[in-house]
Design a binder for this molecule. Structure first.
Ligand code: F6R
Length: 253
């Protein structure tokens, strides 16, 4: 795991956007794994700026989102399809036919998840997977006790995730209790992972992810097995790391 600790969250979002833009410049047909949530909003704004001001070209890029709520269709304002349109897809020259999200309103959710896995393989696998982290250690919607080799599947959302995300819904009670998510095994197959965490609320779980033992209780600890995983933190999210100073020294940040 490579760790970068920066002073402010703005620096985290800027560096992450620069790294994604660099992958797209180097690999015009890159396959990106995308995340949603509060952390990613500013990263996507950075990518929109890179497209507008620096001509970063998304026309050959394919994307696979990590997750979607069960029961929310592509036009639902609280669904991740609309989120991606709002923050990224409507503002860059991406081919929408090459953007993929799990179908939360599929008749057969299991079959839809199997097809999602097959589509990732058919696209050549994910070059760069963007990740946030939940306060309970989830990545995607892999909640505590998710199998460390799990694949894309329907899952039940935990109380911690419901508490974390229901404020993002116009009517909080309407937040679904189920979602479809890439599995931990699926995520670990990405050629590169880039996880971002900012703010004091993430500090305890970030310390467990980086310094704790690998455990299904904290799904993000599985990233310790990934051969090319970068974690970018602001000072607040890094605050509980026991070895904080030595990591700063190692990364030169
Ligand atoms: C969303 C996702 C989640 C979020 C995590 C952090 O697609 O995969 O794992 O990354 O819940 O969310 P924020 O950024 O809102 O704190």
């Amino acid at each position: 795991m490579e760790l970068v600790i920066l002073d402010t969250e703005a620096q985290v979002f800027e560096l992450a956007a620069r790294q994604v833009a660099q992958v797209v410049r180097q690999t015009p047909r890159a396959v990106l794994g995308l995340a949603t949530g509060r952390t990613m909003e500013a990263v996507y704004q950075g990518l929109v700026r890179a497209h507008r001001d620096e001509g970063v070209d998304f026309s050959g890029v394919a994307t696979f989102n990590l997750d979607e709520y069960v029961g929310l269709g592509p036009d639902d304002p609280n669904g991740y399809c609309r989120y991606m349109a709002r923050y990224l897809f409507d503002h860059v020259n991406i081919d929408l036919a090459q953007t993929h999200l799990p179908d939360g309103v599929a008749d057969d959710l299991e079959a839809c998840c199997a097809a999602y896995e097959a589509a990732i393989v058919a696209a050549g696998g994910i070059d760069l997977q963007l990740l946030g982290i939940g306060v309970n250690g989830h990545i995607g919607f892999n909640e505590p006790l998710s199998g460390l080799h799990s694949r894309t599947r329907p899952v039940q959302l935990s109380e911690a995730t419901i508490a974390q995300n229901q404020g993002l819904f116009d009517i909080p009670e309407r937040m679904p209790r189920q979602a479809l998510t890439m599995g931990i095994g699926t995520i670990l197959e990405a050629r590169e992972c880039l996880l971002l965490a900012t703010g004091a609320s993430k500090a305890p779980v970030v310390a467990q992810m980086i310094e704790g033992p690998v455990t299904a209780l904290i799904p993000a600890t599985a990233l310790q097995f990934h051969p090319r995983c970068t974690v970018i933190l602001d000072a607040a999210a890094a605050a509980d790391l026991a070895q904080r100073e030595s990591y700063r020294w190692q990364t030169g940040a």
